[in-house]
Design a protein around this ligand. Structure first.
Ligand code: HEC
Ligand code: HEC
Length: 485
């Protein structure tokens, strides 16, 4: 739908005349047309956040009439035009607000101008530039100071002792619009609404996140540079990006494999991050999934195979059917048998004809081997062969599931080096009301086992081969030279 001003602008452009207001002085009238096509679905025609798509989204699309903006580099409540331009360009990680970098720059400036018209009062006062204290680089001392401040000014009340968003205040937190809001998981910078760079983080700490319980701290820290110590501490809590893999690798070790998830062995194994999505194919669908990432470490020793799983969940919950409370559950899914063919079972827990084999762990019950013919048809396999140990602490589960490499029957999966085995992952946060088909999941990943340790010494690594060859060339050359002397 084209509006009169947009058409007028189109005519100007067609005549080769420069439109009156472009560039950083966005044209609100032109912005209206783009807004109605690209933004109204979520933010509503009136800018009140009540678009037809809004109901289902967590967090909700912003109600622009409130004049509250989360991502500011200003010391007062008015965001600068540049702030709005940047947030429209980059989107808001961890939410459904997409980035619009594919729109022409001119359109983005026009959108800035148009969004401002929904809250004229807010923009009467111009943005005041926030001056960040002089930057302090990261060091062990700075991180330690940041950790102390994190407790002293009670960031942990909301964000939890280890920053995973599991603090005691979590259940009570609401945003300005009355919706529950979760404190950020500080170990996952890539989900920060305002970006993950050190400057982004320091700016959010200094200026706060308007419309949420996240306060501004520039005035409450002991010394201004504490903003940077806190930033350095947050950056130390997790990687910059998920360490995703497209091939799941099971490392080879020679010793016994510990089932204790906190044993030393696991610290030496490569973390492989697996991204999960909400199940939205069948009812009940899961549009706002709780568990979107599982970290896997896996090893075998020629006899046993073990999977070490780490995932964040702010609450530990066991099934309490009379209170309608569900359990936290995680499952690894494989095709049953030992030599999986081309045709893999349906990734969504198999179907009536083609079942899957699950290594399933449930809080309060422990591990089990299960045959599934779809999400609602689970049958435990008699005589479970799995050893398991789980630890829950500070908003995180760590679990080891250990089993014999070769299974005693074909209801179970067997594993061998050199064979690609499909694997898929599923997780349920019982505390968030997830159960049955309401889950997070992946499709099939290929999984491969490294050759057992004992065979390795027969394989000459390429680098050694090259060096050996180079050394031989040198010996022959010097021998030749001597010969010529
Ligand atoms: C799929 C839904 C969706 C669409 C489409 C969408 N947004 Fe958003 N937008 C959101 C959500 C959700 C938020 C709030 C996120 C939050 O509060 O953490 C948001 C927030 C914003 C904010 C507030 C930024 C801040 O600092 O608080 C602006 C500005 C914005 N959107 C502009 C736009 C513009 C302009 C368009 C069209 C080009 C657009 N959005 C399209 C979902 C959407
Ligand atoms: C009263 C509860 C509360 C306290 C105290 C609090 N936060 Fe937050 N914080 C939140 C909430 C809620 C969010 C999520 C905002 C959102 O999703 O839009 C958040 C978000 C953040 C973010 C992410 C910003 C972004 O761009 O999304 C960082 C970083 C952060 N907090 C750090 C801290 C630090 C450091 C402290 C202590 C100096 C602290 N918070 C104190 C509630 C709190």
């Amino acid at each position: 739908m084209r509006t009169a001003p947009a058409i007028a602008l189109g005519v100007l452009v067609a005549l080769g005349l420069p439109p009156a207001a472009v560039g950083q002085q966005g044209d609100a009238a032109a912005g209206k047309g783009v807004y109605e096509r690209k933004c109204a679905l979520c933010h509503g025609d009136q800018g009140d956040g009540q678009g037809p798509g809004a109901e289902r989204l967590v967090p909700r699309p912003r109600d622009f009439t409130s004049g509250l903006f989360k991502v500011r580099t200003s010391a007062n409540q008015t965001p600068s035009d540049r702030d709005l331009f940047d947030v429209i360009t980059n989107g808001m990680p961890g939410t459904s607000m997409p980035g619009w970098s594919t729109l022409p720059e001119k359109d983005r400036w026009s959108l800035v101008a148009y969004v401002k018209t929904f809250a004229p009062e807010r923009f009467k006062e111009p943005a005041k530039k926030l001056e960040l204290p002089k930057e302090v680089g990261s060091s062990a001392d700075s991180i330690e100071r940041g950790r102390e401040m994190f407790e002293a000014i009670e960031c942990n009340k909301c964000h939890g002792t280890e920053g995973r968003g599991d603090g005691p205040s979590r259940p009570e937190l609401k945003d300005e619009w009355g919706f529950p809001i979760a404190p950020a998981n500080l170990t996952r910078r890539w989900t920060f609404r305002g970006g993950k760079s050190r400057t982004d983080i320091a700016t959010r700490l200094a200026a706060g996140v308007l419309g949420t319980p996240m306060p501004a701290f520039l005035d409450s820290v002991e010394k201004p540079e504490d903003i940077w110590h806190l930033t350095n501490y947050i950056v130390s809590l997790g990687p910059e990006e998920p360490r995703t893999v497209s091939l799941v690798t099971v490392g080879a070790v020679s010793d016994d494999i510990p089932v204790d998830p906190d044993a030393e062995l696991w610290k030496t194994q490569r973390p492989q991050d697996i991204v999960l999505a909400g199940q939205v194919i069948i009812e009940p669908r899961n549009f706002n999934l709780a568990i979107d990432l599982v970290t896997l470490r896996a090893v075998h020793n020629g006899r046993d195979i073990a999977f070490h799983l780490t995932w964040d969940d702010p609450t530990e919950s066991k099934a309490e059917p009379d209170k309608k409370v569900f359990a936290d559950v995680i499952a690894l899914q494989f095709p049953p048998g030992s030599a999986p063919g081309e045709a893999r079972p349906y990734f969504l827990m198999g179907d009536a004809n083609d079942p899957v084999y699950l290594l399933r762990w449930e809080q309060g019950k422990g591990a089990a081997e299960v045959t599934a013919h779809g999400p609602d048809t689970l049958t435990p396999i008699a005589g479970s062969e799995v050893a398991a140990k789980a630890v829950y602490s500070h908003g995180q589960y760590r679990l080891v599931l250990k089993r014999a490499l070769v299974a005693k029957d074909t209801a179970r999966a067997s594993f061998a080096p050199g064979v690609f085995t499909p694997v898929a992952f599923q997780a349920w946060d019982g505390g968030a009301g997830e159960a049955g088909a309401k889950m997070s999941l992946t499709t099939w990943y290929p999984l491969t086992l490294e050759e057992p340790r004992s065979n390795r010494r027969f394989v000459v690594p390429p680098l050694v081969a090259v060096l050996t060859f180079a050394a031989m060339v040198l010996i022959i050359r010097s021998a030749n030279r001597r010969h010529h002397l």
